[in-house]
Design a binder for this molecule. Structure first.
Ligand code: ADP
Length: 176
């Protein structure tokens, strides 16, 4: 599914984000930038050791913030590492932190003249964020940003499994 927002495109796809050829892909990292399972592990495996070397130099990233490295051997030129919240019970600021993770990633992309970017479903794996709410927050934040900024031409959500793809599609239909 894809929709146009001003001159930009917002697209949903099912697949493996490490194969994306957007200028940047976003990593759902942890605060120590230490690598791990899920999409984080997949990006480091596919992109080679240069990404981790840069992460070590940066040292860490607070929840809700984002940092950038090169893409190593990935097709994408950059990896934006953002840290989503670990879902507890929904009263610990999770929604604002998840929104901030998307917004800070987009803002960083804009400052680096990145015009196309791919996101995974941040916080919905090991960090346990309920899928419908996470999808709604993710999509609302991106739509709002694309309405106000012309520089990013393409945002792709690359969703690893069919259920996640379906839920993002349902939530996007509610927002347009
Ligand atoms: P978090 O710790 O932020 O929850 P995870 O990596 O555990 O991060 O999960 C976030 C989402 O990324 C989940 O929907 C998971 O299925 C998905 N995912 C895992 N591997 C990939 C991949 N190679 N490409 C895209 N998404 C992926």
């Amino acid at each position: 599914m894809e929709i146009k927002i001003n001159k930009s495109m917002l697209a949903l796809a099912e697949g493996d984000i490490t194969k994306e050829s957007t200028d940047a892909i976003v990593n759902a990292a942890n605060a120590r930038l230490a690598g791990g399972g899920g999409v984080d592990g997949a990006i480091h495996r596919a992109g080679g050791p240069a990404i981790m070397q840069e992460c070590r130099k940066i040292g860490g990233c607070p929840t809700g913030q984002a940092v950038i490295t090169t893409g190593g051997t990935l097709k994408a030129k950059y990896v934006i590492h953002t840290v989503g919240p670990r879902y507890q019970d929904g009263t610990k600021g999770e929604a604002l932190l998840l929104k901030s993770a998307y917004l800070e990633s987009l803002t960083l992309a804009s400052t680096k003249n990145i015009t196309s970017i791919a996101f995974p479903a941040i916080s919905t794996g090991a960090y346990g964020y309920p899928l419908h709410e996470a999808a709604r927050i993710a999509l609302q934040t991106i739509i709002e940003y694309l309405k106000e900024h012309q520089d990013i031409q393409l945002v792709r959500f690359v969703l690893y499994d069919h259920t996640t793809y379906d839920i993002f599609t349902q939530e996007l239909k509610k927002l347009i």
